[in-house]
Each structure stands twice: as structure tokens, then as C-alpha cells.
Design a binder for this molecule. Structure first.
Ligand SMILES: [Cu+2]
Length: 403
């Protein structure tokens, strides 16, 4: 951390401590002067005024920070359903702000207005049924309304039937990166399973060819071990080898059973799948994303599209959305330009090259291990024509060969 920053914090702490010590001194000296333990009118007045000022400062700070840093928040949504999510957010925040702007002046104003005075007696009520009903019923109705509204939006956004007619992409999470798989020409993603994982098949796509390669590989291992067993004299080593043979035979059995449980049609649909490390999406086209994880729970978060879905090992989850703005269009947004400028200014201030450019990204939003912060994949939204060209290129130079 930079020394300047630490110094500022230390100074800030000292100012706070000094402030409380001074208050304590005033209190003690007034007690001495009046020789009483009672709180004086003067001290009540000082406290009342301080409360009033801090309440006023709190409300003023709210408006100031909104004006100062508002551009750093998320900009207009870049997806169709994002508009609904933002409306939900604005409604909730709008209500909270109205309550904040009514409650705070009342709270701090009353603390000043009705501060303790010598001849003032507090009004005492044990209870008031009408008041109780009123302040229970109003929040109940408002909060229930918000919850129902939220559930309706969520139900709409995550409706699986929305996926019809979309392009299918699988996003695969593992510590600590993302890989994506496009469905290829048939627009059908083949099945994926961890037993089919190989360096040449990073997503474990289940295809006939992958099965053949991997099961032959296992057979070969078993044969080699059996030959070794024949010539091995050491009893301990014999045990190790025969255990390994048993394990591989069991593995082969499970592998075969899983393979047979997948229909031929499904195995075929994996053959033209394309594996990539960067996402390209066509604008105004429905995208059905399926998520899988290899190790722990991750969460695929695409803030500009207001989209997020957990990636759970052993499960396939899904999210459907339609991007509405290309990367190029987004780069022209005035607030984005301001953000990029600010990022570059900070980088240059540190003596680095300020060459940041706006890009959509998919981030991990679940703390999944020590390199969690680095789990990020670039998303490029382009026109349909550019997308088609890109996809063709990927199909020609795809990572999974000989599938
Ligand atoms: Cu993660």
C-alpha cells in the first residue's frame, strides 16, 4: 500500500480520537463547574446541534457522491431483459431513497427540536394499537409488492422456454479460467462429462472418436501392466501393479456405461462443437448459455447484460439473453468514455501505459480460490455478418481437432 494513503488514514483516526477527547473534556469540565452528575441544557444543545449537522451532512453527501461518482456505476443495460432488471432496481432504490429523504431529516431534526431541557417532561405512551397496525401494515404491503414484482421479473428472465430459436453456447468454469463451446452447424451442444476430459478435450465432450481414443488408451495401459506383472518378482510391486489394473478395469467399465447411456444422436451433435477462449455474440440475437463447472461453484457474471448464473459441478445451469448493443456502440457511450479516461489517468499516474479500452466481460462472482480475481473472459458483441465470419474461422482452426 502506498505510504500517502496510510498517512491519511492515521491522520483521519487521530482527528476522530481528538474530537472525542475534546467532547469528553467539555463534559468533565461542565460537571466540575456545576458540581453535578446531571446532563446540562448546554450539553444537550451542543449534542442536538451536532446531530442536526451530521444528519444534514449525510443527506448532502448522498447527493454529492451521486453527482461525483454516478458515472462509475453500470450504464444503460446492453441486453433486452436488462431493461426489466433496471426497472426493478430503480423502483426498489426509488422507494429506499424516498424513505431515506423523509426519515433522516425527521430523525435528526427531532433529535435537535426535542432535545432535553430542564423543564421539559417526556410524553409517555405505553402502546397505541392504531399506530402499531399502521407501521406494520405499510412496510408489509410495500415489501410484499416488491418481492412479488421481483419474483415476476426473475421468472420472466429465467424462463427456459425463452431459449427457443437462440444460439447455444456452453460456458465452462474451472479454477481459474473460462472456456466456451459453440454448438456448431447443427446448433446442438453435445453432452459433456468429466470422464471424457483429456488435454485435447478440455470440456470432456462425449463423442465416438473421443471414446475410442480414451478407451483404447485405457486398454493399452491395462495390457502393459499385465505384461509387467508377469515379469515382476517383488511381491509388493506386484500388488501395486495388480491394484492399478483393477482400478483401470473399473474405470473402463464406468466409462463404457456412461458412453452407452448417451444416445448416438447426442454423441454426433458434439462432433462439430467449437471450443474457444473468447466469446463472440451477434447483436439482437437470442443467446442460450449453459454453464458447467469442473471443480467448485463459480458464478458467471456479465454486468453489462445484467446476467448472472451459478456454475455448479455436476449440474448444468442456463441463462438466456439478447445483447442489444455492439462493443463498438458501447464504446461511444459518454459515461463509458469518461470511465475509460479515468482508468487511463490512474494508470498513467502510476507510470504505466494508459491503453485501456472498453470491452464486455464475463467475470467470476463467487470467491472460488486464490486466483478468483483473475477469472475473466472477454465478450465481443458484433453484427450478425461479423459473427458468421468469426464462427467460420473458429470452425476451421478449432482447438479440438480430430473429433
Ligand atoms: Cu471463480
Amino acid at each position: 500500500m502506498d505510504l500517502n494513503f496510510i498517512l491519511k488514514i492515521v491522520i483521519g483516526l487521530l482527528v476522530i480520537i481528538t474530537f472525542f477527547q475534546v467532547i469528553r473534556l467539555i463534559e468533565l469540565s461542565s460537571r466540575l463547574a456545576e458540581n453535578k452528575d446531571e446532563v446540562t441544557d448546554r450539553s444537550n444543545k451542543i449534542n442536538g446541534i451536532l446531530l442536526f449537522i451530521s444528519g444534514f451532512a449525510l443527506v448532502a453527501f448522498f447527493f454529492w457522491q451521486r453527482a461525483q461518482w454516478g458515472y462509475l456505476t453500470l450504464q444503460d443495460p446492453a441486453s433486452e431483459h436488462g431493461v426489466l432488471i433496471d426497472q426493478l432496481w430503480d423502483t426498489t432504490m426509488g422507494l429506499i431513497i424516498v424513505v431515506f429523504l423523509i426519515l433522516n431529516p425527521v430523525l435528526f431534526g427531532f433529535a435537535f427540536l426535542y432535545r432535553g431541557r430542564k423543564n421539559r417532561k417526556a410524553y409517555f405512551i405505553s402502546h397505541n394499537n392504531k399506530l402499531e397496525i399502521f407501521w406494520t401494515a405499510v412496510p408489509t404491503v410495500v415489501l410484499s409488492g416488491l418481492i412479488v414484482y421481483g419474483l415476476m421479473v426473475w421468472g420472466d428472465v429465467t424462463n427456459v422456454n425463452n431459449a427457443k430459436g437462440g444460439i447455444f453456447i456452453e460456458v465452462y468454469a474451472k479454477q481459474f479460467n473460462w472456456t466456451a463451446r459453440y454448438a456448431g452447424e447443427d446448433n446442438k451442444l453435445g453432452d459433456g462429462h468429466v470422464r471424457f476430459y483429456a488435454p485435447t478435450n478440455p470440456l470432456g465432450v462425449v463423442t465416438d472418436n473421443m471414446y475410442k481414443i480414451q478407451s483404447e488408451d485405457l486398454d493399452e495401459k491395462i495390457i502393459i501392466d499385465k505384461e509387467k506383472l508377469l515379469v515382476e518378482k517383488n511381491i509388493g510391486k506386484q500388488k501395486t501393479i495388480s491394484d492399478r489394473i483393477d482400478r483401470n478395469i473399473a474405470k473402463q467399465k464406468m466409462f463404457k456405461a456412461y458412453y452407452n447411456s448417451i444416445s448416438e444422436e447426442e454423441r454426433k451433435s458434439g462432433e462439430d462443437d467449437i471450443v474457444v477462449a473468447e466469446l463472440y455474440l451477434p447483436v439482437n440475437q437470442k443467446v442460450a448459455m449453459k454453464f458447467r463447472s469442473q471443480d467448485v461453484i463459480h458464478s458467471a457474471y456479465m454486468p453489462h447484460f445484467r446476467a448472472q448464473m451459478n456454475c455448479v459441478p455436476g449440474l448444468s445451469t442456463q441463462f438466456v439473453f439478447t445483447p442489444t448493443k455492439t462493443t463498438e456502440e458501447m464504446r461511444k457511450n459518454p459515461d463509458i468514455i469518461k470511465q475509460v479516461k479515468e482508468a487511463n489517468r490512474i494508470l498513467e499516474g502510476k507510470g504505466q501505459q494508459g491503453n485501456v479500452e472498453f470491452d464486455y466481460s464475463l467475470l467470476c462472482n463467487k470467491i472460488c480460490g486464490n486466483a478468483h480475481y483473475n477469472m475473466k473472459m472477454k465478450i465481443v458483441v458484433v453484427s450478425q455478418e461479423e459473427y458468421d465470419i468469426w464462427l467460420k474461422e473458429q470452425a476451421e482452426t478449432r482447438m479440438i481437432k480430430n473429433m
